[in-house]
Structures are given as structure tokens and as C-alpha cells.
Design a binder for this molecule. Sequence first.
Ligand SMILES: C[S@@+](CC[C@H](N)C(=O)[O-])C[C@H]1O[C@@H](n2cnc3c(N)ncnc32)[C@H](O)[C@@H]1O
Length: 220
Amino acid sequence: MKNVEIYEKLAKRYDIATKVVSLGIEEIWRKIFIKHIKKYVKDGILLDVASATGDMAKQLDFSKMILLDPSKEMNKIASKKLQNKDIIFIEDFAENAIIPQKVDLITAFMAVRNFDDLDKGIQNLDKYLKPQGYFAIVELTKSDNILFKLSMFYMSKIVPIIGGIITGEYESYKKFDKMIKNIRDEDILKNFKNYKIIEHKRLFPPIASMMILQKVKNAK
Ligand SMILES: C[S@@+](CC[C@H](N)C(=O)[O-])C[C@H]1O[C@@H](n2cnc3c(N)ncnc32)[C@H](O)[C@@H]1O
């Protein structure tokens, strides 16, 4: 579970660095993601996985929110951003975390590629989603599109330079490149046998996919 050490170092400048290196695209994706989620779930209990600095929880603003992230520094920043909200912070990995109650919605925005064990992480989280609850994902996933190849070049060569200047963590950004394990949508979707695919689309630029899945009624 080593990549969390990288996030610990980046936490303080994570928000600004992400906005700059993603050229603002990540925030546009977040807005699209939230708009789509709100068609299906307007409120209830949210579990935001790999919650980082808490932006997803802040913008979704559910009545009750559980934020899961193994990084102490990220959780510290999120708790400052989300004062006065009914929130439980869980400092743990998706693969092992114990969530105190079942939830209506799980969000995983730029999250699952960070799991050391993708299948174990998703299967553990699934235990805490109510039947008919929603599991919503945005992730960088591999495609044969030329824009995907160009973006990978940008991420491996340009991002470490810009991210390094903003955070002073050039080496950490270089490691990120190795972390992007080129997962495909199917690697994620194969873990959702007890789910209906409600939405599955490529975002623009086509380097990420959005998947919204609903757990079937009679699932445990
Ligand atoms: C790219 S950030 C996530 C962005 C965030 N979801 C958002 O909405 O802005 C990745 C986060 O994954 C966390 N992380 C790393 N390994 C993890 C794991 N095994 N389970 C859950 N979170 C993990 C890191 O600590 C980091 O905060």
C-alpha cells in the first residue's frame, strides 16, 4: 500500500496541483459526474472512497457522509473543508475498511486505480452498499484512441514537470506514471455481477470512463 505515501506528501498542494496538471478537466468531469448521479440519488448516506481533500463530499453534500481514505494528511484537509457536516472519516484502505453502516451511494472518483488490489477493494466496498443502492465510478482507463496515447505522453512527461514545480515533488509525480496501471473498463465492471449498468460512457477527452451501477434488489 505504498502509493498512499506519495499522497501524504502531496496533500497540502493537491487541489491546486490537480487543477493545473489536469488543465481544469478533472473539475469538469466532477461536475458531469455529480449531475448524472443526482438523477438517481438525491440524498441519503454517501460513502466517498479515496476521498482525498473532500471535494466530492463537499459538492454532493448528502445529509450523512462517510469519507474513506488511508492518507492522514488528506483527511486533515478534508475535515477542515467540511466543518459542520455530519461526517465520519475512516483512515483505511478500500480493500480492508470496515464501514459502520450500509450506504445508499458509493462514489469512487479517480479512486479505484489506486487500490493495490482492485477486485478486493471493490468487493469489500460492495458489502456496505444497500440493495438498489448506486456505485458510481470515474476512472482513467485504457483505450485504443489516439487521444489516450497522447494523454499518456502528457502524464508521463509533462505532468511530473508541472506537478514538480507546484509541489516540489517531481519524483512523486514520476511514480504516479507507473501507478496508472492501464486498467480497462472491463477490469472494473467484472466485479459488478450483482449490478445493473445504468450508465457507462467515455468522457471527453476519451481517457476516462464514467460508470453508474445499481445493485440488484435481492442482493445481500
Ligand atoms: C486521485 S486521489 C482521489 C481524488 C478524489 N476522489 C477526488 O474526488 O478528488 C487518490 C486518493 O486515493 C487514496 N488511496 C490510495 N490508496 C487507496 C486505497 N487502497 N483505498 C482507498 N483510497 C486509496 C489516496 O490517499 C488519495 O487520496
